[in-house]
Each structure stands twice: as structure tokens, then as C-alpha cells.
Design a protein around this ligand. Structure first.
Ligand code: PLP
Length: 402
């Protein structure tokens, strides 16, 4: 039993799951229909078609009734064989978990990255990938795996640069990218960037509850799936793609989440993807202004790869970030992201993704500022004021003078 009594709507400001808009909740409340009946086929075709626009691809996108971790596994098992070497890049906790999964599946991951905490503060260094691939003249490396938006740190890597690195090395490895927390919040281009498998999930930029995840594939990836030998049954692409052609799945799909996806696509494509990205950039910049005004350090140390999805805030020495999060949770009914892996206790994460707007960000920052003060952190100044100044300066609609 909680010994405090939160009132009003909970502020879910973790970097996913993000708050689910009322429109989506309502859409999901419709009765579940026969997944082999005529109505379902129309829904299936609409979401399978619409989601391609979000990935910016003309190729099939597979939708699994699973969390993102399932789609990670699908990407590996559909394209690779036991003992294959894969080059994975350490950007943070999620990159580390994907590497552990590769090991568990019997692959041989090589983990590339900058030493210590440095690698968790900067994006993928494409030149290191190029250098390693150039040395692999026998083409032992079968895939390069990178995380686009590293949710544990707030760093968004340059995927086009990774593609260029692979091409510059003249290497045939597949490019597998995790944009579980980047999709529909940060610009992403599956086809243009020559990505072979893009992995994503529902509970971040798509504003859905957790429970569905995606593999966007390329022709080369589908070709690789025909000869790959890692065991796959539930995750196997071929049968799913075949049945998806008419809007159905070989098993019972997640019908109500697909209603939600249909609504989310209407919302995102209605706003326009570029407007969605610009809104995320705008909020992220204001959030960083707040952190800087507090006199705290942003986890991402390279402004070129600041994440539009979340901001990692490093807490000063002597303060446990999780204790600060607890103060904020108990006093202001707001959840912030915990520090993960190497950053446990040393940082918290502010999510500003999905349906976030100026006022939800301001409320979030107010909760952070009050909580930091209550926890005894000496702040250099008001982050709330800095963020308000930043947001109003970027508005261009002065009141009419009478
Ligand atoms: N990869 C990234 C970048 C993530 O942010 C997450 C979850 O937050 C995952 C993978 C794992 O996805 P899930 O928790 O949906 O299985």
C-alpha cells in the first residue's frame, strides 16, 4: 500500500512507455473482432501500409505481438546463423542488452566502442566501424548492429554515417538498427539509409501501450532469411509476410493494439512527420536549457547527437539519482526514467516524447526543479524560467495590440 495519496493525472515522463493519448485509448476500447473475418483484413492492410510511411520504406514491415525485445530477436534469428560474427556498437545499456541476446543465440558479437563511460556519452563513431570492416577482408562479419536512439543515455546516432562507413569499406555486412525509442519522434529513413532490418516498438513515439513491435526489412535481409540457420518459428518472416499480403497473420494478432496503431497513424500523419520531429526538437532544446540553468550536466556530451526523445541528467556527486526520483514521485506524482547499467544512481532521464507539448514539458520541469530542491541539490538557477524563455522566444504569435 502506498503511504501517499497522489491526486490528478500521473505524469509519466519516462522515455517510454509514453503517455497514451485519450484518442488512442478510446480507439482501443472497441470490441475485439474475428481476426480471420472480413473486417480484420481491411484493418490489417491499413496499418501494414500506414506504418511503412513512418519507417520511410516501400518494403514489408512485420508487426509482432511482442515487446521490442522480441523484435530484436526476430532481426537476429531471421538473418544470421550460429557462430556468425556480428559487429555491435556500445552506445549504452540497450546496445549492451542486444549484444547479450546475440551471445545467448549463439552468435559471436564483437563489441566496439569508446572506453568506459565515454562511449555512453557520445553516438556511434562510424569511423571505428569503417576501420574494423576494412580489416575484415574475409568478410567474417555478417552484420553491423547499432542503436539509433539510445534510451539509456539520450544520444541519437547518425545512421546515414554508419551506412556510408559500411559502403566505404566495401563490406557486404547487413545493417541492423534498433530505433525502438526513436521511431516517430526522431527522423528515420529505412530505405534511404540502406538499413536491412529496423527494429522498433509501440510504446514510445507511436504513443501506444507496450505490446507490439516491428521489423522493417530490405530485399537483402529477406534474401539472407532464406539461408540463415538460427532456429525461428514464431519470429519467421516468410509466412507472416505471405499472410500479411491480404491483411492477416498466421496467428492471433494483437487486435486492439492494431486499432490503437490505426489511430496513432492518423494522429502522426495528420500532424505531419516533419512537424512531429520539429516539436520533439523544440521540447528537447528547452529541456536542455533547463538542465544547463540548473547547473547540472547533460549525459550526452556531443551536441550533434542530442536526443529529441529524452534528456539524461547527471546528478551531482553525493546525490543518488534514484533517491531524487523517489522524492519527485512521492511529492509530485511524476515518474522519471532511472539510470541504467553503468549510469545506475548517477543520472535520471526526462522523457519528452509522443504527445508531449510545451505545457506538459513545463509541468515536468517544474516537478523536477521542485524535487531537486526538496532533495537538497543546490541549483545554479531556475531551469523552469530558462525553458519558458526558450519556448516563448521560439513562438511567433504576439497578441494583437488594440
Ligand atoms: N532497445 C531500446 C533502445 C529500448 O529503449 C528498449 C526499451 O526501452 C528496448 C530495446 C527493449 O524493448 P522492450 O522493453 O519493449 O522489450
Amino acid at each position: 500500500k502506498l503511504d501517499f495519496h497522489p491526486a490528478g493525472r500521473h505524469f509519466l515522463q519516462i522515455p517510454g512507455p509514453s503517455p497514451v493519448p485519450d484518442r488512442i485509448l478510446r480507439a482501443m476500447s472497441l470490441p475485439t473482432i474475428d481476426h480471420r473475418g472480413p473486417e480484420f483484413g481491411a484493418l490489417g492492410r491499413q496499418v501494414l501500409d500506414g506504418i511503412k510511411k513512418i519507417f520511410k520504406t516501400e518494403q514489408p514491415v512485420i508487426i509482432y505481438p511482442a515487446s521490442g525485445t522480441g523484435a530484436w530477436e526476430a532481426a537476429l534469428t531471421n538473418t544470421l546463423s550460429a557462430g556468425d560474427t556480428v559487429l555491435m556498437y556500445e552506445t549504452g545499456h540497450f546496445a549492451t542488452l542486444w549484444k547479450k541476446m546475440a551471445e545467448a543465440l549463439g552468435l559471436k558479437p564483437e563489441f566496439l566502442g569508446l572506453p568506459g563511460i565515454e562511449g555512453w556519452r557520445r553516438g556511434v563513431q562510424a569511423d571505428l566501424i569503417e576501420e574494423r570492416l576494412r580489416k575484415d577482408s574475409g568478410h567474417q562479419i555478417k552484420a553491423v548492429c547499432v542503436v539509433h536512439n539510445e534510451t539509456s543515455t539520450g544520444v541519437t546516432s547518425d545512421i546515414a554515417a554508419v551506412r556510408r562507413a559500411i559502403d566505404a569499406a566495401g563490406h557486404p555486412a547487413l545493417l541492423l538498427v534498433d530505433t525502438i525509442s526513436g521511431l516517430a519522434s526522431a527522423d528515420y529513413r529505412h530505405d534511404e539509409w540502406g538499413v536491412d532490418v529496423t527494429v522498433s516498438g509501440s510504446q514510445k513515439g507511436l504513443m501506444l501501450p507496450p505490446g507490439i513491435s516491428f521489423n522493417a526489412v530490405s530485399k537483402k535481409a529477406i534474401e539472407a532469411s532464406k539461408s540463415s540457420r538460427l532456429p525461428k518459428a514464431f519470429w519467421g518472416w516468410n509466412e507472416i509476410i505471405e499472410m500479411n499480403a491480404t491483411g492477416y497473420w498466421p496467428y492471433t494478432p494483437n487486435t486492439n493494439l492494431l486499432y490503437g496503431l490505426h489511430e496513432a497513424l492518423e494522429m502522426i500523419l495528420g500532424e505531419g512527420l516533419d512537424n512531429v520531429f520539429a516539436r520533439h526538437e523544440r521540447l528537447a532544446e528547452a529541456c536542455r536549457q533547463a538542465v544547463t540553468a540548473w547547473g547540472l550536466e547533460i549525459q550526452c556530451a556531443d551536441p550533434a547527437v542530442y536526443s529529441p526523445v529524452l534528456t539524461g541528467v547527471m546528478t551531482p556527486a553525493g546525490f543518488d539519482a534514484d533517491a531524487i526520483r523517489k522524492v519527485i514521485y512521492e511529492n509530485f506524482n511524476m515518474s522519471l526514467g532511472t539510470g541504467l547499467g553503468k549510469m545506475k544512481g548517477g543520472m535520471f532521464r526526462i522523457g519528452h516524447l509522443g504527445e508531449a507539448n510545451d505545457l506538459t514539458l513545463m509541468a515536468t520541469l517544474a516537478g523536477c526543479e521542485m524535487g531537486l530542491k526538496l532533495a537538497g541539490v543546490k541549483l545554479a538557477g531556475s531551469g523552469v524560467q530558462a525553458a519558458m524563455d526558450n519556448l516563448t522566444a521560439k513562438k511567433n504569435k504576439p497578441a494583437l495590440k488594440v
